[in-house]
Design a binder for this molecule. Sequence first.
Ligand code: GCU
Length: 425
Amino acid sequence: MKQLTFFFIFYFLVQICFAQKFVPNYDESKVPDFEVPDPLVSFKQKEINSKKDWEKKRRPELLDWFTQNMFGEVPGDLRIVSYEIIEESDDALNGKAKRKQVEISFKKKGLTLDFTILIYLPKDVQKAPLFIGYNFYGNHTISDDVNIVISDAWASNNASLGIQYNQLNEKSRGVRTNRWAIEKIIDAGMGLATVYYSELDPDKNDFSDGIHPFFYKNGQEMPAVNEWGSIAAWAWGLSRAMDYLEKDDDVDASKVIVFGHSRLGKTSLWAGATDERFAAVISNNSGCGGAALSKRKFGETVWRINSSFPHWFCKRFYRFNNKEENLPVDQHQLLALIAPRPLYVASAEEDQWADPKGEFLSTFYATPVYNLYGKKGIETIEMPEVNQPVQNTVAYHIRTGKHDVTDYDWEQYIKWAKQELKIEE
Ligand code: GCU
């Protein structure tokens, strides 16, 4: 009897400890005290106060930290072997736009991989600036356009979208039109390019598929602890799409804005940090591992994301599970890697899991790096009211509603992109 009582007391104590550690915190008063690592003080405690020192010393060491300890290194080089325009039309979207579907191919050691970029361009612009971003369920979901080719890449099943047997099909055509304001973009004289993210790497904890095996050494079956997870693989894919866009005469490759929502917002930030050809970067509700400060441990935490999605980051990042206080960096420094290029971070009021306040604070703490270039960022620590965007070179808004991409978000991105990249209609 005594033993049983002891056992139960022990069991309940363990439960309490676990609950405190692992239940997400949504209470601002329980956010731990922490110091925000200064983007302008090097790991060796040297102050950085010129563009030159930022570019030659601090930026490289931060980029290296995020590469080796969080997103993982791309273990080599792989070039596009061919690209083919598999379909095009001058009469898309009721005659307003041109459409192209371009298949990009890779081959190595008997392996092949293709991904298809769907592009809409305004007809009356010679070289159009454009937004590029991944979609979650296939190119054919972003519009009702019957000409969009359905990908045969792996898809996660989703009963409400009619996706079964891990295969995309006609039923999901157009189901995500609400997330892609194509006509607004075209009317603004800009283009849109999108790719189905699974074509680069299916979003599951399996490194035998997608692009990773192209880089394995003999006998290797998964990336080493400092090598790329899926987010870095998706970001790499965006850079390869950029390789193509640079060759497309209808596109102004100096004005390509990389966009992403949620896990794909984490991806757009990493793509923007690693590839300076992206002229501007948008993170929509990217949350933990994206724009949100990890040390706040608000909503999703490092432990939680690494447990639910063990394949997103490199294995070395696991060291910070429930140990955010040991991180020598935080996510505002990821944002700073994008400086001086325009950066937009957007949150949603009901998306507490992504920690809107942590996303906002990141933009504020990244701003000193933009200031080095004479660029304006988020200059006050007071969060703006809901639906009151602040649009400087670093821009931020929090809108009403849930985790999503809405027309409101796109209206802000378009207005800001035109202002920052000097785009004329
Ligand atoms: C989960 C995950 C988030 C991610 C989101 C998404 O909620 O915890 O980190 O951003 O999925 O990609 O939709």
